[in-house]
Design a protein around this ligand. Sequence first.
Ligand SMILES: NC(=O)c1ccc[n+]([C@@H]2O[C@H](COP(=O)([O-])OP(=O)(O)OC[C@H]3O[C@@H](n4cnc5c(N)ncnc54)[C@H](O)[C@@H]3O)[C@@H](O)[C@H]2O)c1
Length: 700
Amino acid sequence: MTAEYQVHGDVAVITLNNPPVNGLGLDTRQGIVDGLARAEDDAAVKAVVITGAGKAFSGGADIKEFGTPKSLQDPNLHSVIRTVEHFGKPVVAAIHSVCMGGGLELALGCHYRVVAPGCSVALPEVKLGLLPGAGGTQRLPRVIGVEPALNMIATGEAVPSEMLASIPGQKLFDQLATSAQALAQEALAFARSVADVRPLPLVRHLPCKHPQGEAYFQFARNMVKGMAKHFPAPGKCVDAVEAATTSRDFEDGLMKERELFLNLMFTPESRSLRHLFFAERAASKIPDVPSDTPKREIRKVGVIGAGTMGGGISMNFLNAGIPVTILEMKQEALDRGIATIRKNYEAQVKKGKLKADKYEARMALLSTSLAYDDLKDCDLIIEAVFEDMGVKEQVFSRLDEVAKPGAILASNTSTLDVNQIASFTKRPQDVVGMHFFSPANVMKLLEVVRGEKTAKDVLATVMALAKKIKKTAVVSGVCDGFIGNRMIERYSQQAGFLLDEGATPEQVDRAIEKFGFPMGPFRMIDMAGNDIGWAIRKRRYVEQPDIKYSKTADLLCEMGRFGQKTSAGWYDYEAGKRDAKPSPVVLKMIEDYRQQQGITPRKISDDEIVQRLVYSLVNEGAKILEEGIASKSGDIDMVYLTGYGFPIWRGGPMHYAGEVGLFNVVQAMKRFARNPHDDAKAWAPSKLILDLAAAGKTFA
Ligand SMILES: NC(=O)c1ccc[n+]([C@@H]2O[C@H](COP(=O)([O-])OP(=O)(O)OC[C@H]3O[C@@H](n4cnc5c(N)ncnc54)[C@H](O)[C@@H]3O)[C@@H](O)[C@H]2O)c1
């Protein structure tokens, strides 16, 4: 049973017991109602305490039930709260550790609340694009005041119970327990002390007003509009709390809350946020690697190469308190790398984001070396040397000689074959790709590249380690570019064709930035450096001669316009500045190229730009799924949301395609394939997308 019933003398205790956080699933809700019925029937019971076992009072809705019919099945949370409110004997919530969402709404329905110190209290529904739907927006303002309640509801942030208890006149907590250990006993004593009080106090009977009324809510509305412009939920939170102050009666306010909640439930933004919530949790689970797979212990990390990536990668481990040894070929390279790490930390100290003593503690975990022997006690060694198979071979053969048995050998390669890299060792089972994104100390995404022979415990270890260094890890199979870069190839290819056909870099960037990407393809590549893609394309022209590209990107590089670092790329830049200004030279180069290709430029709509860029991601993503490179569409969405700036409120390319309707996406792809200036082969729809579209399904 997920809610236990016990009688202690004249007080019944209902203990929620649904690990990990006592989610209010159907069984638990039924358990509360059943417990109350037993307490009602037992004349010896004078009061009831509701509390939570283990690590929480309650974290709210049971996420396993989310979106299933069970979540709405009676007794739903509304009816549980109503049962508590109408109960003939006092019901006391004994709150501790975590009291969030539906858990807090349940507590607010109780007649009294006793809280243990250090409890984290929140109504976090807004983070899923929703608002509290079981009376939270109506009851919380009545006990802590309108403004503090609206702040909590519109941000979803957790607030410590001590802070809430210090609000003058607050009625959220009737008593503060002396300690978490004492909560159970003190709640029992409190329940006995109020056993005879009648009528029983109800939060719904408390007044709810704001002295500035309308003016305050207008101000609040403007505030949230500025902060959350793509998300409707915070604004609706304002409406709901306002309803608590203006409704004819409490029931009216509840109705208004219900209506706003249901409206939000059906917004694409909320669907995207809920998708993200689940995709993030699912990404850490690998279908054939059970969660109880034993993990190797990672006490010390080696990093080879102190360049752009090696330094950032090292910082992740230092931040997590794991010692790192960086190895380079020359002392100068080491010095440069260490200086960059210091500079990054010092910038954080200057901004007040890192304490000076913490900075020193992190640096103390870092050692440097020019000799491979110094890596022999490392449990994980990550290679971040030049992107060249010959150099990778040298490094991995050497690692095979010195690394201790069982050490994990990882490569940060962006494009090379991890199976081939593994074959340079006699222990391919210990080799894995750990593809960090630049800047590696900042970017959340980590693609974990699973080689043919990578051992399951290596994967399990790396996924757990990713969590420890606060990365979102997604598993990818081996292919050129893995999930993220393989897809961005198609996107860049389309960006090039759009120029050929009549768009300017500025128009393309503006259209996709309006869609929600922080940066369009041309501004992005100017920042990363056009020369990197140039080198990759040169290789591809030889290896895959049938891929079609606009040649404008090559012409740009031939002019030495590599991007911000040369103050000239697709745009012009003032030295040391990042503002992109349209470049007459580039526009002329594009025009000349069109003429030479015999292309008459046409006006291209922003809609077409967005569709071609985004659907190119979708089709390649579908192929990646079909080939088993990604095991679920949510993984692809996580890659794009955390590594490529895909707008959060659109939920990732695969989720977005489902929102548009796969039938519509396929129709558009067929249309684009007929364009003689495009690459019909690239638009050939994957079988997966055709099958799903025909069945009226989505990738999920
Ligand atoms: N820069 C990026 O945005 C990015 C992103 C993801 C992955 N990567 C990958 O990370 C790897 C490193 O890229 P980077 O941008 O940091 O390169 P980089 O040129 O900035 O740094 C490479 C470093 O490796 C050192 N090095 C080369 N050969 C070595 C050897 N045999 N032993 C020890 N050190 C050696 C060099 O001295 C240099 O300091 C590449 O495989 C690259 O594809 C790069």
